[in-house]
Design a protein around this ligand. Structure first.
Ligand SMILES: [Zn+2]
Length: 64
């Protein structure tokens, strides 16, 4: 595949540790107007958080 995805770095606070973490989000995701959640791997707690591109909210974990 020649396609290259573009990524946009975002800063967020890890809900588990409170640390500021830089994550990568697909560039497309910031243009969505839905409430789709995008998984972001967290360097602080090594878990996965979910980012809502419409509200900018970070959700600690889905469904727990
Ligand atoms: Zn985290």
């Amino acid at each position: 595949m020649a396609d290259r995805m573009s990524w946009r770095p975002i800063l967020f606070s890890c809900p588990n540790t409170g640390d500021r973490v830089q994550g990568l989000l697909p560039a497309d995701a910031t243009e969505l107007e839905s409430d789709d959640l995008h998984p972001i791997s967290c360097a602080a707690c090594e878990g996965i958080h979910f980012f809502n591109p419409r509200t900018g909210a970070i959700i600690g974990s889905k469904g727990s």
